[in-house]
Design a binder for this molecule. Structure first.
Ligand SMILES: Cc1cc2nc3c(=O)[nH]c(=O)nc-3n(C[C@H](O)[C@H](O)[C@H](O)COP(=O)(O)OP(=O)(O)OC[C@H]3O[C@@H](n4cnc5c(N)ncnc54)[C@H](O)[C@@H]3O)c2cc1C
Length: 506
């Protein structure tokens, strides 16, 4: 089935789309097994029926990977290990500088190691529900099923996950769920996953299976004969433009949250690569779906250039509140208990402070907009560790969140052990991105995408701790199966550069 074929007919009447091949109201074909097997078995069926490339033929295929974050770094390392001729590019000075390194709270996996009745079905359900029922469900099943292997794999390549006393990996809860499925390394999960993924990539570079190009920015992709066959890269040190051709190209170039001036993303994270693909005809899906994180640091002054994330994991122990009185100027600690409004616990008793991110962000904004905001600009709400410190003791809280608390203290100049933190919703994650089918191929054959650059698992609110997971699943356990499936039938097809060289000699 082609990517543009309609699978669902609706009565919806809408103006014509400006994008060739797209009819508004019709769902794009996703190249999944469809009705052949039940949704939860789509991925296994896809893998069982995918084309293979034999080990001796793999070196004949060149794969370009742009991006060295969790998605790109993992895809390059896995394809290098398999024996493909891999070139990996990043505009950073080193692969580990990718923005994934900034992630804090944790990575989901439905391994169900706790007796809290978690499992793949619940993970899928939470993901679909957290996505306002807009997610493509077979993608969510793939994510949940592969999440089990991802944790074991990341553990094996050196991610130092937090452990229980007996040595088993520890978990905690994130917003939008009633179980404990988030694996973590204190508040530095992204850093540790990025470092272990980069180590695996460096190993492949050392072995000569992967060639890396740092300080290289994608300027355009090359589409010839209806296939993506490479990209034009600019060396940011010398300014040199160079054409790189390949049999397949993966864009794992991260999200576009910096369209908002105040976002939690590193300032140099930009969407230039996916925009180049869009300019060449790749479909873009749901760009308006942007996640506002409830626990960002508030804007405190007009000269501030960005906001900083306080991990959602703090919502496990800290309670969110505002004064019950509008415009209350008293310091937080002077406001008595019965004059505090724990508005999330009041409005959503089943989930309390762990409601999904969009629900918490909306409730925080409503509270601020209604005049209950706190802080110098009255644009924040309190995130208070007081009760948790009383219940568990400061050493336990320190053990769980010390680096976050230190970060807050350095940014704001207040001690969260003594004074409640202040938080506000802030632009954090882009849920739209390059449209892709079930194989993570965009609407341009040969151009694949993964991680935050893609729209996969799209929803109005991606579940917390699913993003590190989706980058890792895409890179380690999806693209290494779907790229060979695409390449298999191309065996014997020359790379564009080889063909052009041969033609120039005629
Ligand atoms: C502060 C913060 C905390 C977070 N915490 C969590 C969390 O606890 N749990 C969770 O699941 N998710 C979290 N997330 C989200 C998660 O970190 C990201 O979605 C994920 O890491 C993105 O990974 P990626 O591989 O897609 O992209 P990135 O890590 O952003 O990597 C992009 C790569 O592409 C390269 N690149 C980009 N454009 C170009 C170009 N034009 N040319 C060449 N190279 C290019 C960059 O150099 C980089 O190597 C957090 C995000 C933020 C901002």
């Amino acid at each position: 089935m082609s990517n543009t074929e309609a699978t669902v007919a609706t009565d919806f009447q809408a103006p014509e789309s400006i994008v060739d091949g797209v009819v508004i109201g019709k769902v794009l074909g996703d190249n999944s097994p469809g009705a052949k097997v039940s949704m939860k078995d789509h991925w296994q069926y896809q893998k069982d029926h995918a084309n293979l490339v034999s080990p001796l033929n793999r070196r004949k295929f060149r794969v370009m990977v742009v991006g060295t974050g969790l998605a790109g770094g993992a895809a390059a390392a896995a394809l290098g290990e398999l024996g493909y001729d891999v070139k990996v590019f990043t505009y950073h000075d080193a692969p580990r500088r990718a923005h994934s390194i900034a992630a804090q709270g944790g990575v989901n996996s439905a391994r169900g190691k706790k007796v809290d009745n978690d499992g793949a079905y619940r993970h899928v359900k939470d993901t679909v529900k957290g996505g306002d029922y807009r997610c493509r469900e077979n993608d969510c099943w793939r994510l949940a099923v592969e999440s089990v292997r991802v944790i074991d794999h990341l553990n094996a390549i050196g991610a130092p996950f937090a452990r229980e006393y007996g040595g088993t990996l520890a978990t905690r809860s994130f917003g939008g769920v009633q179980v404990s499925r988030t694996y973590y390394t204190r508040g530095q999960t992204g850093q540790q996953l990025q470092l272990s993924t980069t180590s695996a990539l460096q190993r492949q570079i050392g072995l000569g299976n992967v060639e890396i190009f740092t300080h290289n920015e994608l300027v355009d992709i090359i589409v010839a004969d209806g296939r993506c066959q490479g990209a034009i890269m600019r060396n940011l040190i010398t300014g040199e433009l160079k054409v790189h051709t390949a049999h397949a190209v993966i864009l794992a170039t991260g999200g576009y949250g910096n369209v908002y001036h105040m976002s939690t993303l590193a300032k140099n994270s930009n969407a230039s690569a996916i925009m180049r693909a869009y300019d060449q005809g790749a479909y873009f899906a749901s760009p308006s779906f942007i996640q506002f994180h409830p626990t960002g640091l508030p804007v405190n002054a007009h000269w501030q250039s960005k906001t900083i994330l306080m991990s959602e994991s703090l919502r496990n122990d800290a309670r969110i509140w505002t004064p019950k009185k509008k415009g209350d100027e008293r310091p937080a600690n002077d406001i008595p208990e019965d004059e505090r409004d724990y508005f999330l616990e009041r409005r959503y008793p089943a989930f309390g402070n762990l409601v999904p991110r969009d629900v918490a962000s909306r409730a925080n904004s409503q509270q601020i907009n209604a005049g209950y905001g706190v802080g110098p600009l009255k644009n924040s709400v309190y995130l208070d560790l007081r009760d948790a410190i009383e219940r568990l003791g400061q050493p336990v809280i320190k053990e769980r969140y010390s680096n976050l608390i230190q970060m807050y203290e350095e940014a704001i100049g207040e001690d969260p052990y003594k004074v409640p933190m202040r938080i506000a919703p802030t632009c954090h994650f882009t849920m739209g991105g390059l449209w892709s089918d079930f194989n993570q191929m965009t609407s341009i054959p040969g151009l694949f995408t993964g991680g935050e650059a893609s729209w996969t698992y799209h929803g109005a609110n991606r579940l917390g701790a699913n993003s590190l997971l989706s980058g890792s699943v895409d890179g380690w356990f999806t693209l290494p199966f779907t790229i060979p499936n695409y390449l298999g039938p191309l065996l014997g097809t020359e790379r564009l550069a080889t063909m052009l060289r041969r033609l120039s000699r005629l």
